[in-house]
Write a protein that binds this ligand. Structure first.
Ligand code: ADP
Ligand code: MG
Length: 691
C-alpha cells in the first residue's frame, strides 16, 4: 500500500496546473506519466540573461538587450510574420513574430517604447533577428526576467520554459518527507533534506549546481541507490528464509577431480568452496559465478552437480545454444559418467523415441544430470528430484525461462554463470541480490594472445599471413561489426568479406550472421569446430563461450567500434589450446586518443576484470559498456560511475537495515518504506527477479 504522503506525487501529470489533454502526452514524453516524474526532471544547462548591447549580439546565443521599438512591418499575407525593428545606441535588430496573437503587438509595445528583450539571436538573410523573444518587458517589469534560467528537457510543441513551469508546480506539490537517511551519515556528508535537495535541483545558481557531484544531486542519488540496494537486500534476506535441501560436499566430486588432468586454480577452489558453503547452508543458493571464457567455471559447476548427485538429487545445466550445450556435455559427461553419474543431453534436436528415453531417465532419476538448451524447460520435461540449476550465459535467458526450469523442483539451488566480467564498482548495482564468486585467474599453461592493432591499409598483408597460417593448418575467426543504421548493409559487408576471402583462401571459408536460423548457425559453427572450415567470418555473434581449441587467429575489423569488453570476449575465442595465438585489431585510421588507449589496454592485459574496470574509467559511464542490456539499472539521479563510492555505502547501509529492522518498523524503517515506494524499485525488481 502506498503511503498517503506520496499521493500528490503519484497523481497523473494532468493534476499539474495547465496540463490538459493537449499538453499531457507531450509532457509524458518528456517526463513520464506521474507528477513524480516531472518533479524528477532536471535542468541540463543555464541561461544567463545579463543585458548586453546590440553591437555585441552573437549568432546562436541567447542574449538580453535594452531596446527602443522603432517600427512595425505588417505582414502582407497571412503566412508572413510581423517584423519589428528595434535599436539601441549601438545597433539594430529585427524581432520576428508569427501567428494571430501578433496583432496585439503594436498595442502592447508601441513605437518609441523602451523594452528589455531576451531570446536567441540569429543571423538571417535580411540581417540580425530574434524569432519570438523569450521575454519582452517594460523596464519597470524587468524583474519578471530571471537573471539565471535553468533549461529543461523539451520536445516538439512543448518548449523548455513551459516544462520548467510544470516542474516548479510539481515541486510545489512535493511534501516534506520524513528523513529516511541515517542522521549521522547525513550530517557527515552535509546532505540537505530531501525536499530542499529537490528545491536546489530546480533552482540552480551556477553550473556547479548542475553537476552530479553537487550536494543535492548526491543526496538524491544516494536516496535512489539506497532504495535499490534495500530492495535487493530484502530479496536476498527473503531467499535466505526459504529452506532448501542441505547438500554436503561428497566424496564423489573429489574422486572426479582426482581424475582430471589438471588441478584447480586458486580462484576455482575459492569459487567451489563458496558454492559448497551455500549448498550446505540449508538456504536456497543464488550465486553468480563470473569469469572469463575458459577460466574454468563449468568444471566448478560440475563439482557442485556431483555433490548433488552424491546426495541423491538431480541437476540441470542450461546453455543458450545447441553448440554450447553440446560442448558442456562433452566437458562434463565423461568425468561424471566414469563415476556412475548418468548425464543426458537434451536439445531441440531430440525427437521421437530417443527423446522419450531421455525424458524417462530424468523422470525416474536414472539420469542425475541434464545438459541442454531451451528444450530443458519445456512442459514435458520432469525431474525426479531436481535440486540444482546451472545457467550458462545467464543474461541470454529471460527470468521467466530460468524460473520455469527452477520450478521443476522444490527450492532449487541456482548457479548462474557469466563470462562478462563486471567491474567491481558495478557489481552491487547489477547483482546486489545475488552472491557473487569471481574466477579471476586463468588455468596455467595458456599462452597469452599476441595482440596487435593494424590500420586497414595493411589488410593485404594480414590476408597474406592468414593464407600462410591456414596452409599450415591453422583456423581463424574473422569478425565484422554490426554497427551501421542498416543491419543489411553490415551484413552485405560481411558477405563481401567472406567472398573476398574465399577467392584467396578457397572454399574453407564459412559465414555466420544474425539472420541465419539457430540451426543454420549451429551447422556452420559445428563445421568450424570440426575443422571442416579454416576461416569463420562472423558478424558480432560468435557464440559466447564456444570452444574451438584449434582456432589460433582472431581478426577483428573496425575494432575501434567495439566496446573493450566485447573485444576482450572475442579475443577469448582464441588462445584456448597450448599453441601461440594472435589477435589482429584492424582499424580505420586515424584513431581518437581514447580509441588508442583502449586498444593499448587490450594489448597490455588479458584479465577481463581489469579490462572491464579500465573500460569504465575511460568511458566514464556504464551505459557505454552496453551493460544496460545485461541488467544495469536505469537510474534517475544516480550514475553508477560518477556515484560509485556511494554504491558501496548504500549497500552496507541496506544490509545493516535488513539485519536490524527486517520489517522496517522502526521510525527510520517507516520512512524507508516511503523511500522505497517513491522509487518503486520493488516493482522493477519483480520483473527482473534474480532470486
Ligand atoms: P568456462 O566455463 O569458464 O568457459 P571451462 O570450465 O569450460 O571454462 O574450462 C575451459 C577448459 O579449460 C576446459 O577444457 C576445462 O577442462 C579446462 N580447465 C578448466 N579448469 C582448468 C584448470 N584449472 N587447469 C587446466 N585446464 C582447466
Ligand atoms: Mg563456458
Amino acid at each position: 500500500m502506498r503511503p498517503e504522503i506520496l499521493f500528490p506525487l503519484f497523481a497523473p501529470i494532468t493534476s499539474l496546473k495547465g496540463v490538459g489533454p493537449r499538453v499531457a502526452p507531450l509532457l509524458e514524453r518528456v517526463a513520464g506519466p506521474l507528477v513524480r516524474d516531472v518533479l524528477w526532471l532536471r535542468p541540463h544547462s543555464l541561461i544567463r540573461r545579463t543585458p548586453a548591447v546590440l553591437s555585441a549580439a552573437l549568432d546562436g546565443q541567447i542574449m538580453t538587450f535594452e531596446v527602443v521599438i522603432e517600427e512595425y512591418q505588417r505582414p502582407r499575407t497571412k503566412t508572413q510574420p510581423w517584423r519589428v525593428r528595434v535599436s539601441d545606441p549601438t545597433g539594430f535588430l529585427t524581432l520576428v513574430f508569427f501567428g494571430r496573437f501578433a496583432d496585439q503587438l503594436e498595442q502592447r509595445h508601441p513605437v518609441g517604447a523602451l523594452r528589455i528583450i531576451s531570446g536567441r539571436v540569429e543571423d538571417a538573410q535580411f540581417g540580425r533577428q530574434m524569432l519570438h523573444p523569450d521575454y519582452m518587458s517594460a523596464p519597470d517589469k524587468a524583474g519578471d526576467i530571471p537573471e539565471i534560467e535553468p533549461v529543461y528537457p523539451a520536445t516538439e510543441g512543448l518548449p523548455a520554459r513551459r516544462v520548467r513551469v510544470f516542474a516548479l508546480d510539481a515541486l510545489e506539490k512535493a511534501p516534506e518527507m520524513p528523513e529516511w537517511q541515517d542522521l549521522a551519515w547525513l550530517a557527515r556528508e552535509k546532505f540537505p533534506a530531501w525536499r530542499e535537495a529537490l528545491g536546489r535541483l530546480h533552482a540552480p545558481q551556477s553550473e556547479a549546481d548542475l553537476s552530479p557531484l553537487s550536494l543535492h544531486r548526491r543526496r538524491l542519488a544516494y536516496d535512489e541507490l539506497l532504495a535499490h540496494q534495500l530492495a535487493m537486500a530484502q530479496r536476498k534476506a527473503a531467499r535466505r528464509r526459504e529452506p532448501a535441501a542441505r547438500i554436503p560436499a561428497g566424496p564423489l566430486a573429489d574422486r572426479i577431480r582426482a581424475d582430471l588432468p589438471f588441478v584447480f586454480t586458486g580462484a576455482q577452489e575459492r569459487a567451489l568452496a563458496e558454492v559448497r558453503g551455500d549448498l550446505q547452508a540449508g538456504e536456497r543458493m543464488s550465486r553468480l559465478v563470473q569469469g572469463d571464457v575458459g577460466s574454468g567455471k563449468t568444471v566448478v559447476a560440475m563439482c557442485a552437480m556431483a555433490d548433488v548427485a552424491d546426495a541423491g538429487g538431480q541437476s540441470a545445466l542450461m546453455a543458450p545454444t545447441e553448440i554450447l550445450a553440446r560442448q558442456h556435455y562433452e566437458t562434463i559427461s565423461g568425468p561424471l559418467a566414469a563415476h556412475g553419474v548418468g548425464v543426458v543431453l537434451l536439445t531441440g534436436r531430440d525427437k521421437g523415441a530417443g527423446r522419450k528415453e531421455k525424458l524417462a531417465a530424468l523422470a525416474s532419476g536414472a539420469a542425475q544430470v541434464a545438459v541442454g538448451t531451451h528444450a530443458l524447460f519445456q512442459d514435458e520435461v520432469a525431474f525426479q528430484k531436481l535440486q540444482l540449476v546451472v545457467v550458462d550465459e545467464q543474461h541470454r535467458f529471460g527470468v521467466a525461462e530460468r524460473q520455469r526450469l527452477q520450478a521443476k523442483g522444490q527450492a532449487v539451488h541456482l548457479i548462474a554463470m557469466s563470462a562478462t566480467p563486471i567491474p567491481r564498482t558495478l557489481e552491487l548495482t547489477m547483482y546486489g541480490d545475488l552472491d557473487v564468486s569471481r574466477i579471476d585467474e586463468k588455468p596455467p599453461g595458456r599462452t597469452p594472445v599476441a595482440t596487435r592493432a593494424v590500420p586497414m591499409g595493411r589488410l593485404d598483408q594480414i590476408i597474406d599471413r592468414l593464407k600462410d597460417a591456414v596452409a599450415g593448418g591453422a583456423q581463424a575467426f574473422w569478425i565484422c561489426p554490426l554497427v551501421s543504421e542498416s543491419e543489411l548493409s553490415d551484413l552485405a559487408a560481411a558477405e563481401m568479406r567472406a567472398i573476398a576471402l574465399k577467392k584467396i583462401l578457397g572454399d574453407r571459408v564459412g559465414l555466420v550472421h544474425g539472420k541465419l536460423s539457430g540451426a543454420e548457425k549451429d551447422a556452420v559453427m559445428a563445421d568450424f569446430a570440426d575443422n571442416k572450415l579454416s576461416v569463420l567470418v562472423a558478424t558480432t555473434v560468435v557464440e559466447v563461450g564456444v570452444n574451438v581449441p584449434n582456432a589460433t587467429i582472431m581478426v577483428i575489423e573496425q575494432a575501434e567500434r567495439f566496446g573493450l569488453a566485447q573485444l576482450h570476449q572475442l579475443r577469448g575465442r582464441v588462445g584456448r589450446g597450448s599453441r601461440e595465438s594472435s589477435c589482429v585489431l584492424l582499424y580505420d585510421p586515424p584513431l581518437s586518443e581514447t580509441a588508442q588507449q583502449r586498444l593499448d589496454i587490450l594489448r597490455r592485459t588479458d584479465d577481463g576484470f581489469v579490462i572491464a574496470e579500465k573500460d569504465l574509467e575511460l568511458r566514464g559511464g556504464g551505459d557505454a559498456l552496453g551493460l544496460r542490456q545485461s541488467g544495469l539499472p536505469d537510474y534517475v539521479f544516480a550514475d553508477p560511475f560518477v556515484h560509485r563510492e556511494l554504491i558501496a555505502v548504500a549497500g552496507d547501509d541496506a544490509r545493516l537495515i535488513v539485519n536490524r529492522d527486517p520489517d522496517l518498523t522502526s521510525e527510520r524503517g517507516q520512512a524507508l518504506r516511503v523511500l522505497q515506494e517513491l522509487f518503486d524499485w520493488k516493482a522493477g525488481l519483480a520483473l527482473r527477479d534474480a532470486g
